[in-house]
Design a protein around this ligand. Structure first.
Ligand SMILES: [Mg+2]
Ligand SMILES: [Zn+2]
Length: 228
């Protein structure tokens, strides 16, 4: 199912973007867990759907031994950017379109990753990793709202960021790929979905636009629709 875009008719457009598996080609947290695979991680991974996200992430990170320096090196040397993202970022900046990156992952990786590509002026809403030698714990962006949505508690519910734009009169384009994007995908005016999120949209009859890389999104939003 695909929505007909009428973005040109909107007064105020904002963009919300997931980070892992969306701006990056693969999920950094998944990759981190595979690198630290052991019996306990193997046992935990299938429980993602049943568990509270914060408890799930805390339990996984209990199994990860990595220093801040090693984590940074991992993010900067093993993670790739989605083709077309830099052009996409230029497109939105040159049109002064408000944008926020919303992630169930960690700003410790997101900020340096984007900085590597010269992106330093974007709103990032994500959780924070705390390193003590090679032990890792998380400070969640918002661990107070236990009933943020039916997927919650999320620790950083993407719906709250969507609602902030909505309160200011914006219609929102959401771009994502995974489980933490499901609740916001039911609300955003336009949803670009791939992988697990696309599957979720199909199963739940949510209108979405399929995408693979930001080259697709650049074409749909900025060429075909001539969003100016
Ligand atoms: Mg993702
Ligand atoms: Zn939530």
């Amino acid at each position: 199912m695909c929505k007909v875009l009428n973005i040109k008719e909107w007064d105020k457009v904002a963009i919300l973007i997931d980070f892992d598996g969306t701006i990056t080609t693969i999920d950094t947290n998944d990759k981190l867990m595979y690198k630290h695979m052991n019996d306990k991680v193997r046992e935990l991974l299938p429980k993602e759907l049943e568990m509270n996200y914060m408890k799930f992430m805390d339990a996984l990170l209990d199994q990860v031994k990595i220093t801040e320096e090693e984590y940074l090196k991992f993010i900067l040397s093993e993670i790739d950017i989605s083709p077309g993202f830099l052009q996409f970022y230029e497109n939105i900046k040159s049109r002064n379109i408000p944008v926020a990156i919303v992630s169930g992952g960690f700003q410790n990786g997101i900020i340096p990753f984007l900085d590597k590509y010269g992106i330093r002026d974007v709103d990032i809403h994500a959780n924070t990793l705390n390193f003590q030698d090679d032990n890792v714990t998380v400070t969640y962006y918002d661990d107070g709202d236990l009933e943020c949505c039916d997927m919650g508690p999320c620790g950083n519910c993407k719906i709250q960021h969507y609602e902030k734009f909505k309160e200011r009169g914006y219609k929102t384009i959401f771009i994502g790929d995974g489980m933490s994007d499901q609740a916001v995908a039911r609300q955003a005016e336009i949803v670009f979905a791939k992988d697990g999120l696309e599957q979720y949209c199909i199963e739940n009859e949510i209108e979405y636009i399929p995408w693979n890389t930001f080259e697709d999104i650049n074409k749909i939003v900025f060429l075909d629709n001539q969003l100016i």
